[in-house]
Ligand binder design. Structure first.
Ligand code: OAD
Length: 250
């Protein structure tokens, strides 16, 4: 990637006051959590229509749990990477309002130290009972538990994540929309932006005057709409971008 692109992005960042970062599975790839799409993605092994819809869970929760368990095991082992940490540092610098809007359910932004994180697709760190709505920590589940796991009330437990065909957590998208409309810089990091309504946020930001920076090793449909595209891994690019922006200010 030419150095000039990084310089352009650093210039946009140094002029910004309100930064919103939309993240997706790609930012956690370097933490060992497989993305959904593409070769090696979760959806190349599990058809999402069979394993990730509300109907599929109602029909055969044990089957859907096989996919959820694999994702849960990856999340349990994962640690935040340099990309998560760079976003936490950006917020902690106090020079910008920084909000992370994430489609991820792994909690790695929070573990890296980000304070303002809107989880559009729920959280894989918590289990929710489909009957009594009681909650427990996902890591409290024994490794050899029979699937689907059960709540003390007898109901079926499930991760508190959004399956296809389900509503987003109450209020989450409204907050994301409000922040997006107020942003002067909108960064799109590690997402194919194929899933609504998260995928609508970059255009909303743009319509309200924000500049767009995309960070992704691959081309997406947003690449030609972004002001600057930084091709590469988030864990490599984000720390470089911050370092360059700090250098610009000296
Ligand atoms: P995807 O798997 O669709 O896209 C991941 C993106 O990350 C791709 O564009 C990759 O090129 C990019 N990528 C891979 N490695 C990267 C790295 N090291 N640094 C930066 N980018 C990298 O995942 P999402 O866009 O998050 O929803 O998918 C959105 C939603 O679709 C998910 O939240 C999930 C899924 O179905 C539900 O399950 C409801």
């Amino acid at each position: 990637m030419p150095e000039k692109f990084l310089e352009n992005a650093a210039r946009l960042l140094s002029k910004a006051r309100r930064v919103v970062i939309l993240t997706g599975a790609g930012i956690s790839a370097e933490s060992g959590i497989a993305p959904f799409r593409g070769s090696g993605g979760i959806w190349s092994r599990y058809d999402p229509m069979e394993y990730a819809t509300a109907e599929a869970f109602a029909r055969d929760p044990g089957k859907v749990w096989r996919m959820l368990r694999e994702l849960g095991d990856q999340i349990a082992r994962a640690l935040p990477n340099e990309g998560h940490r760079a976003l936490a540092r950006l917020e902690a610098s106090g020079r910008f309002a920084v909000d992370v809007v994430t489609q991820n359910v792994d909690g790695l932004h929070q573990r890296a130290g980000s304070q303002s994180v809107i989880e559009l697709h729920g959280s894989g760190r918590e289990l929710r009972c489909a009957s009594c709505d009681g909650r427990t920590a996902a890591d409290a589940l024994p490794a050899d538990v029979a699937l689907p796991p059960r709540c003390a009330c007898g109901g079926i437990l499930r991760p508190d994540v959004v399956l296809f065909g389900e509503m987003l957590p109450p209020g989450a998208f409204d907050v994301a929309r409000r922040l997006t409309q107020a942003a002067d810089l909108f960064m799109i990091v590690g997402t194919s932006a194929e899933v609504a309504p998260a995928a609508s946020l970059p255009a909303l930001a743009r319509d309200h005057g924000a500049r767009l920076i995309e960070i992704n090793p691959e081309v997406t449909w947003l690449s030609e709409r972004a002001d600057v595209v930084l091709r590469g891994a988030a864990g490599d690019i984000l720390p470089k971008l911050l370092a360059m922006e700090m250098g610009d200010r000296k």
